[in-house]
Design a protein around this ligand. Structure first.
Ligand code: AN7
Length: 380
């Protein structure tokens, strides 16, 4: 039998590129190492010669990319002696915070907008034993409260303003470069707080930097927490494209949005926390921001599920919705390689999925005749 070492998470895998000490107790659930799936049917459907991959981050332990950041944030919080963590969340951060706090044996406080998070995420926060504070207000209000309270209470913020979050999340870019042998030409992400697009850029820059693995000089994004020296670039880096939901698109408006709305509740965010960084990412990478309507987002979610067998949550489908539009209109030229991050699993939000699926569900008698007829009808 061939022996392969057990995969124990992204901190162990990328230990030399993360701010971790030899004796740090690592809080991990085996996150990272997610599949990069090449789309085989959708490019044919749209009739364009492009290499599109989806990075299926929904296959992380709690079903979203947040686990990459949370393993780092909770590991560092525990290392610093913290007994409690806190976050505001549209759902996925709270699910990850709750799980990693449970793993570490500390308390998680999560502030969520009442009635505006998907059921799967609420179930996770509750099951993992976090203290759930449903606020009568949106994510942005919750985020402000978290910042204010953390100044007065012994709790560590684990939102993406915690620099260790982005350090963990940058590893997604490492995995992509290692699998493709180079960076893609374009990397498309859904944008809420813009932490993830910033983290990916840190990862790509670090990996393509001529200065190697062990550089400690401060990078301009993370105040010395990463290994990117800002030196000469040897490898290629992608153009970073950030897509927002039209009702929650501060990067398109060029200003904060006070009452964000979208079916993609994960990115129902009007006051992005990584505002300055994301503009810099766009400039440096030569990318752009754009917006997608709720209809486009849901259509992309359905297309991906029906044509490729990949189920992501609505917010995640924003990256694919935008990418397909920009491929069709030629802004992304044929011959390009494109990675779309699918940030969260479709099972996170079963309500929206069932509502929009069109309901090819038939109630029939429990008889052979009825089943046989249904098969004949279905194949017709
Ligand atoms: C599925 O959970 O902000 O641009 O509080 O859950 O880094 O904010 C979620 C964000 C995209 C946006 N896709 O990422 C939270 C939260 C999914 C998400 C985003 C989120 P950022």
């Amino acid at each position: 039998m061939h022996f392969r070492p057990r995969y124990t998470g992204l901190i162990e895998r990328y230990r030399d590129r993360l701010p971790i000490h030899d004796d740090t107790r690592i809080i991990s659930l085996g996150e990272g190492n997610t599949p990069l799936i090449r789309l085989s049917n959708i490019p044919r459907v749209i009739g364009k010669e492009v290499d599109i991959y989806v990075k299926y981050e929904g296959l992380n332990p709690t079903g979203s990319f947040k686990d990459r950041g949370m393993t780092m944030a909770v590991t560092k919080a525990v290392e610093a002696g913290s007994r409690a963590i806190i976050c505001a969340s549209t759902g996925n951060t709270s699910a990850a915070a709750a799980a990693y706090a449970a793993r570490a044996g500390i308390t998680a406080f999560v502030l969520i907008p009442e009635g505006k998070i998907a059921m799967g995420k609420l179930a996770q926060a509750m099951m993992h034993g976090s203290i759930v504070l449903q606020i009568r207000g949106n994510f942005d209000a919750g985020m402000q409260l978290v910042k204010d309270v953390a100044e007065q209470a012994p709790v560590t913020i684990v939102n993406s303003i915690n620099p260790f979050r982005l350090q963990g999340q940058k590893t997604a870019a490492f995995e992509i470069v290692e699998e493709l042998g180079r960076a893609p030409d374009y990397h498309c992400l859904p944008v809420g707080n813009a932490g993830n697009i910033t983290a990916h850029w840190i990862g790509y820059c670090e990996y393509s930097s001529a200065s190697g693995d062990h550089v400690t000089a401060a990078c301009s994004y993370c105040n010395g927490h990463c290994a990117y020296a800002g030196g000469a670039v040897v490898g290629n880096r992608p153009k970073m494209i950030g897509y927002q939901a039209a009702g929650s698109a501060p990067f398109m408006r060029g200003a904060m949005v006070d009452n964000p709305e979208t079916v993609a509740t994960a990115i129902r965010i009007g006051h992005p926390q990584s505002w300055e960084q994301a503009w810099k990412v766009k400039e440096e990478s030569g990318g752009w921001f754009d917006e997608c309507s709720d209809e486009e987002i849901l259509a992309a979610q359905k297309l991906l599920a029906e044509k490729e067998g990949v189920f992501c949550e609505p917010a995640s489908a924003t990256s694919l919705a935008g990418a397909l539009r920009d491929v069709k209109n030629g802004k992304i030229p044929e011959g390009s390689s494109i990675v779309c991050t699918l940030t969260g699993h479709g099972l996170k939000d079963p309500d929206t999925a069932i509502q929009q699926s069109g309901g090819n569900v038939h109630t029939i008698d429990a008889s052979l005749d009825a089943v046989r007829k249904a098969i004949l009808d279905g194949m017709a």
